[in-house]
Design a protein around this ligand. Structure first.
Ligand code: HEC
Length: 230
């Protein structure tokens, strides 16, 4: 039901609009999800929570033993919009605990750190109102080289857990050669993991707790099937 309402709104939007806009679902109470830019070729300036912010919290803050639903370090869980909002104040990055701590002790110094670009992205999202923006297929599937977009996909979705050797589950994806070597030797395993295949136990679905959006999975798959272009 919710999906059909969103779909209906999305269709109306797709037909009637050619530039970026945010759709506020009429029943914003139930999901709070704001659908942005269903048209693949149009790039909005709106930061997408589902594909650009949530993965940063998941990969850099919720690896094994940290802020995930199992270990809940210090009672903090950073794997969903609702729980991330416990430490975010819309429009006020400098009063947002979960933003301010990043780079000030968190992630711990021994763990992979967020880049300035990634921090700016979170800040921009907070300044835009920290909404639960859900971007549907807003990436370009004709692009699939390592330099763009695959390297950024790995950095934004995987590096917190697989960016420092040996990497969670002994999977290290921290540079081109290592990623290519691992995937070449484990292609089916890798594709099943990023597709959140139903045949896998949940702990092997990657990234854990949030699947990449479909067009990003297509970019990854094309990169692999086309021989890992640089
Ligand atoms: C929050 C931490 C975390 C993130 C983020 C993450 N992984 Fe993992 N990954 C793990 C852990 C932990 C394991 C070991 C799971 C197990 O053996 O049960 C693992 C295992 C894997 C495996 C092996 C699965 C198997 O069949 O044994 C692959 C492939 C993988 N990850 C790929 C990725 C990719 C690609 C990304 C990013 C798109 C990613 N992971 C993001 C923590 C993470």
């Amino acid at each position: 039901m919710k999906t059909s309402i969103l779909l209906a709104i999305t269709c109306v939007f797709a037909l009637s609009c050619t530039h970026d806009a945010i759709i506020q679902p009429i029943n914003a109470d139930s999901t709070g999800i704001v659908v942005v830019n269903p048209i693949p070729t149009v790039k909005s300036d709106t930061v997408c929570f589902n594909s650009e912010v949530l993965p940063l919290f998941t990969t850099y803050c919720s690896s094994t033993g940290c802020h995930n639903t199992i270990t809940r370090s210090k009672g903090i869980v950073l794997t969903s919009y609702a729980t991330i909002m416990n430490g975010i104040r819309p429009g006020l990055p400098n009063s947002s605990k979960y933003y301010k701590e990043i780079g000030n002790g968190m992630p711990p110094p021994s763990s992979p750190q967020l880049t300035t670009v990634q921090l700016e992205q979170i800040k921009k999202w907070i300044n835009q109102g920290a909404k639960n923006t859900n971007c549907v297929n807003s990436c370009d599937t004709t692009k699939f080289t390592f330099s763009s977009p695959i390297q950024a996909l790995i950095t934004n979705n995987c590096s917190g857990c697989h960016g420092v050797k040996p990497g969670s589950g002994n999977v290290y994806l921290g540079d081109y050669a290592s990623a290519k070597a691992f995937i070449t030797a484990n292609k089916v395993r890798f594709l099943n993991a990023i597709n959140h295949s139903a045949s896998l136990v949940p702990s092997k679905r990657m990234p854990p707790s949030n699947k990449m959006v479909d067009c990003q999975i297509v970019q990854f798959t094309k990169w692999i099937n086309n021989g890992y272009p640089q």
